[in-house]
Design a protein around this ligand. Structure first.
Ligand SMILES: Nc1ncnc2c1ncn2[C@@H]1O[C@H](COP(=O)(O)OP(=O)(O)OP(=O)(O)O)[C@@H](O)[C@H]1O
Ligand SMILES: [Mg+2]
Length: 321
């Protein structure tokens, strides 16, 4: 990580759903201009972690049960909703997992990109519209002067995703959270959208949290990554090291599911078994029941993240050699 103070620092975050632990003791930090990956299978808790930073969790049934979310001298975990409203869209932008549910079908794309500019930047309608056209151009949408007046359903999936990115970066936030920004897109468009996010991060100096279930995506654009399993970070480190010498057996298993470069789109076997739901995660390592290398201790005692000098840090009693 860079030497500068982190833009976002999540410290020991715990979330409960109906009293059951959903996310436990999650810590991660992102420096200015840094892109950090959060990766794990479906149901691991990536989106709820991201939504807690935005304070867009459904509270209830979900509740922040502990920890801090530090951003620019504030602890977002303890802000009121009205205080959060001032930050959302202005200082923190988010690209949501489902573009169709986060773009409003009854407003034009231009209106939705202009909205944060009207609210947070005090721009007039005409100026906000001009800026919306510029932003559509910046994210690579053809004929931005026409697209600005279109409705979301009149755009392709890739264009909708770009429009959502335009809306998220309209106020040049210090932090961008991108939740599976490319999952719904085909392989070529995926690469273009990733390139775009990466370029914007560099040019605007944004810190970026990239959420994905695909370690291959992380390898493309992130320097560091955190691997999440059943609501906990099980390993983190430099992406190069995670790929070269993953320690946690779960990271290893995830690596094995990346399609080979020369066979794009080919589906490799997923990891056998399922992520245990909240309330069924036991006292030990939640991955133990699916782990080919589990030992007795894995079931009885929870491994903690330990710093082992160089290389990735993993919470595992029987790490890969
Ligand atoms: N509103 C909710 N009420 C109750 N449980 C929820 C709610 N939202 C999410 N959960 C639970 O939280 C857990 C984590 O969900 P989350 O959406 O964060 O997973 P994810 O890692 O983002 O998965 P995906 O890759 O499918 O997006 C799941 O077990 C899910 O059932
Ligand atoms: Mg998700």
């Amino acid at each position: 990580m860079t030497e500068a103070a982190p833009v976002l620092s999540i410290e020991g975050l715990s979330l409960h759903v109906a009293g059951l632990p959903l996310v436990a003791d999650v810590s991660l930090a992102i420096g200015p201009g840094e892109m950090v990956g959060l990766v794990g299978e479906s149901g691991c808790g990536k989106s709820v972690t991201a939504l807690s930073v935005m304070r867009l969790l459904p509270e209830p049934p979900i509740r922040i049960a502990g920890g801090h979310i530090r951003f620019g001298g504030l602890d977002l975990a303890s802000l009121s909703q009205s205080e959060m409203c001032r930050l959302r869209g202005r200082d923190i932008g988010m690209i949501f997992q489902e573009p169709m549910t986060s773009l409003n079908p009854v407003f034009t794309v231009g209106d939705q990109i202009a909205e944060p500019l009207l609210i947070h930047r005090g721009l007039g309608r005409a100026a906000a519209r001009r800026r919306a056209v510029e932003l559509l151009d910046l994210v690579g949408i053809p004929h931005p002067d026409r697209t600005v007046d279109r409705f979301p359903h009149q755009l392709s999936g890739g264009q909708r995703q770009r429009a959502m990115i335009a809306s998220a970066i309209a106020c040049e936030p210090k932090l961008l959270i991108a939740d599976e920004p490319t999952t719904a897109l085909d392989v070529t468009v995926q690469a273009q959208v990733l390139d775009l996010i990466n370029r914007l991060r560099r040019d605007m100096g944004m810190a970026c949290l990239l959420i994905t279930h695909d370690l291959g995506v992380v390898a493309e654009v992130c320097e560091r990554a955190h691997v999440m399993y059943a609501g906990r970070i099980v390993e983190h480190g430099a992406v190069k090291a995670l790929f070269a010498s993953p320690r946690h057996r779960y990271t290893r298993a995830l690596l094995d599911t990346i399609p080979a470069r020369n066979q794009p789109g080919r589906r490799l076997p997923s990891i056998p078994g399922m992520v245990p739901p909240p309330g069924a995660r036991g006292d030990g390592c939640s991955f133990a029941e699916r782990c080919p290398a589990a030992i007795a201790r894995c079931v009885s005692e929870r491994p903690q993240l330990t710093v082992t000098g160089h290389g990735p840090t993993a919470a595992c009693w029987n790490p890969a050699p």
